[in-house]
Design a protein around this ligand. Structure first.
Ligand SMILES: NC(=O)C1=CN([C@@H]2O[C@H](COP(=O)(O)OP(=O)(O)OC[C@H]3O[C@@H](n4cnc5c(N)ncnc54)[C@H](O)[C@@H]3O)[C@@H](O)[C@H]2O)C=CC1
Ligand SMILES: O=C(O)CCC(=O)C(=O)O
Length: 473
């Protein structure tokens, strides 16, 4: 794309990739292979609506990389879905999985519908038909391609996908692993729902403890007391805001479709959600100042800005007016490459999507492993462990000469619960990923920003995987 025409989302991802590729030593052919989308399935299918009308639905599934299988990535329901967008999102999945060492290739799906305009029955028919199309073309399966929730979808849609897939593949013992983000009763894992937001929190918290970065942005270390603005109060935005509040940060600004609200003393996130449920809007929340546009929140004076809605919301046009010192990309692709350049000049720290929002896929990986291993995580059955654990407890007390506390006793007798395992696995993943990206950035002072460092980590890992497959010398 040339001249003044803005880059598409996929072109933006390619541009960031090329910027980073110059800091690697890989042959151009290898880089070309990593960048390309391996397979794009564009489908159209008819669905009969509640009023008898036939609507032709446009949908996609893109498998960006087969360097590891299955492919993995969410399914988006939005009126704006298009092929370029799904290709960009699938590419980001490849790089994201590589950074957090989740052994999948990148994939993504999208159905071009505004879910708010359809009844639940219509959405179920659309989701089931989409799944059948994926089965027909071999674009879904525990070892082929495993969808998950994304913008506009959640547990309900994942349950429909599982049910449709399992009905077609009757008797396939691993069928449950064909999709993640399912309800716990349908083989889901505890902790997936909040995983992306919690991962965003862990990632930003880790960065906030790196003295050289905090010095660069002129903030004190730690998240406590930080003034945070969040755009988008869906799955990722809500949970990010929730975990920041819990850690003592102040959510001073929020944006949803209908506008933005601001309160320097802090907003109670759950009360805002309740207010929106009751009134249909976040506006007019008691004590908060209203702003007519959702983009107004992006320009509020704050320490940390978390865009958690859609892509390309911060561009070369509004980036100069963004006041945040840290931008944590919870959404996929919220900044354009022009915005990136402006933030490098301004000294604003951008924590990139492709590792910051990897909490979702990390916990999806745990869910997939749980489904394939057919065991449950966490607390063992009492009948297997009681005698042994009582013995350990007695030995501990004898050896230390002290009585164990009630908390220690519960842990020894029952082991950690599934949610503890998932949260600690996610925390460890986000800390390790932050350190790996930081190491590359520190090792090469010419790398201009954290996004480029993250891409370098991802490119090196995917290229190494191809090289070890024997495909490239
Ligand atoms: N759900 C997941 O596990 C993951 C999601 N993501 C990304 O996070 C972003 C959000 O996804 P979810 O929270 O799952 O979607 P969601 O559908 O649960 O919530 C998105 C929210 O953003 C709001 N919104 C849309 N445009 C807006 C605007 N211009 N200003 C303010 N609010 C706006 C919507 O009304 C909705 O409430 C997407 O970019 C998605 O790709 C990334 C990793 C995993
Ligand atoms: O949980 C997953 O498998 C994918 C989540 C996702 O779509 C994303 O990280 O953008």
């Amino acid at each position: 794309m040339s001249g003044t025409q803005p880059l598409s989302f996929f072109e933006s991802v390619e541009k960031s990739f090329d910027k980073a590729a110059q800091f690697t030593h890989w042959n151009p052919g290898v880089l070309e292979q990593i960048k390309a989308c391996n397979a794009v399935y564009r489908m159209r299918f008819p669905v009969k609506m509640d009023d008898g009308r036939i609507e032709v639905i446009e949908a996609y599934r893109v498998q960006h990389s087969h360097h590891k299988l299955p492919c993995k990535g969410g399914i988006r329901f939005a009126a704006e879905v298009n092929q370029d967008e799904v290709m960009a999102l699938a590419s980001l999945m490849t790089y994201k999985c590589a950074i957090v060492n989740v052994p999948f290739g990148g994939g993504k799906g999208g159905i071009k519908v505004n879910p708010k305009k359809y009844s639940s029955f219509e959405l179920e028919k659309i989701t089931r038909r989409y799944t059948a199309e994926l089965v027909k073309k071999n674009f879904i399966g525990p070892g082929i391609d495993v969808p998950a929730p994304d913008y506009g979808t959640g547990e309900k849609e994942m349950a429909w996908i599982l049910d449709t897939y399992a009905s077609i593949h009757a008797g396939e013992v691993d069928a449950m692993a064909c999709v993640t983000g399912k309800p716990v009763s349908q083989g889901g894992v505890r902790g997936r729902k909040e995983a992306t937001g919690l991962g965003v929190f862990f990632g930003i918290r880790e960065v906030c403890h790196i003295p050289e970065l905090m010095e660069k942005v002129g903030l004190t270390p730690g998240v406590e007391g930080k003034r945070v603005v969040v755009q988008g109060l869906g799955n990722v935005g809500y949970h990010s805001a929730y975990f920041f509040s819990k850690a003592g940060a102040k959510i001073i600004g929020l944006a949803e479709y209908e506008g933005s609200i601001y309160n320097e003393d802090g907003l109670d996130i759950d009360a805002v959600v309740e207010h929106r449920k009751a009134t249909g809007s976040i506006l007019n929340f008691p004590g908060a100042k209203n702003f007519a546009k959702n983009i107004d929140a992006l320009e509020m004076d704050c320490d940390i800005l978390i865009p958690a809605a859609l892509e390309q919301v911060i561009t070369g046009e509004n980036a100069p007016r963004v006041k945040a010192r840290i931008i944590g990309e919870a959404a996929n692709g919220p900044l354009t490459p022009e915005a990136d350049e402006i933030f490098i000049q301004k000294g604003t720290l951008v924590i990139p999507d492709m590792y910051l929002n990897a909490g979702g896929v990390t916990v999806s990986y745990f869910e997939w492993l749980k489904n394939l291993s057919h065991v449950r995580y966490g607390r063992m059955e009492k009948r297997f462990t009681e005698n042994l654990n009582t013995h350990i407890l007695t030995q501990m007390e004898e050896l230390t000469g002290k009585q164990v506390t009630q908390k220690e006793k519960t842990l020894i007798m029952h082991g950690p619960d599934e949610i503890d395992l998932v949260h600690s696995g996610l925390e460890e993943t986000m800390i390790t990923a932050t350190q790996e990206v930081m190491q590359v950035w520190r090792d090469n002072p010419n790398i201009p920003d954290m996004r480029t460092a993250a891409y370098v980590v991802a490119i090196n890992k995917v290229a190494t995987s191809y090289a070890e497959l024997g495909i490239f010398p």
